[in-house]
Design a binder for this molecule. Structure first.
Ligand code: URA
Length: 209
């Protein structure tokens, strides 16, 4: 396995992923579980953030505190990535949030950007791209292309479920990124759904089934 691909092993993450797979999970529970999984994966994926030391005065003494050196930008891919933002914001409250929206051109089948608004200092930030489902990898590859074009240098991609095809495609297209994936499933089906997957994550998050 590529050393830049980090598949989660934490029992809490795997337990909660198994729960969101269940077709009987309600929209409310699905949304809460995506939040909890994103929170736990956010913890795992930020282990290597650079730190700086600064003096802190406690009520008792002066000490050296450790703080995150590089600011973070979260970039959800619309629309399912939105379900992961609040969890990451709760543990990295100073993070800025950009958004990327893509659609598939019917003729070329290429992903086209219809919306992209990123923090202006994206080049100085650790970027974490959020998309719960890494299927063919087309959207993630295109989103990372756009983000790189705007100057971003350090990029991580966080997905809850990945297909082997998508993982390979993203890592081939962007060998410099780190991928944090909850679990890698068996395959894609002929309609582009991950098998066994969980169905359409956007529909299940927003109740548009
Ligand atoms: N997007 C989803 O929401 N689910 C899949 O299985 C594939 C892409």
């Amino acid at each position: 396995m590529n050393e830049r691909v980090h598949e989660m092993t934490h029992p809490l993450i795997l337990h909660k992923i198994s729960m969101i797979r269940d077709e009987k999970t309600t929209v409310k529970d699905f949304r809460e579980l995506v939040y909890e999984i994103s929170l736990l994966m956010g913890y795992e994926s930020t282990r290597d953030l650079d730190m700086i030391e600064q003096t802190v005065n406690t009520p008792i003494a002066e000490t050296t505190g450790k703080f995150i050196a590089k600011q973070v930008a979260l970039v959800p891919i619309l629309r399912a990535g939105l379900g992961m933002v609040d969890a990451l914001m709760s543990i990295i409250p100073a993070a800025k949030v950009g958004h990327v929206g893509l659609y598939r051109d019917h003729e070329t089948l290429e992903p086209k950007e219809y919306y992209c608004k990123l923090p202006p200092d994206i080049d100085k930030r650790q970027v974490i791209v959020l998309d719960p489902m890494l299927a063919t990898g087309g959207s993630s590859i295109a989103a990372i292309d756009f983000i790189k074009q705007r100057g971003a240098k350090r990029i991580k991609l966080m997905c809850i479920i990945g297909a082997p095809e998508g993982v390979e495609a993203v890592m081939n297209a962007h060998p410099d990124i780190e991928l944090f994936v909850g679990t890698i499933d068996e395959k894609l089906n002929e309609k582009g759904y991950i098998v066994p997957g969980l169905g359409d994550a956007g529909d299940r998050l927003f109740g548009t089934i």
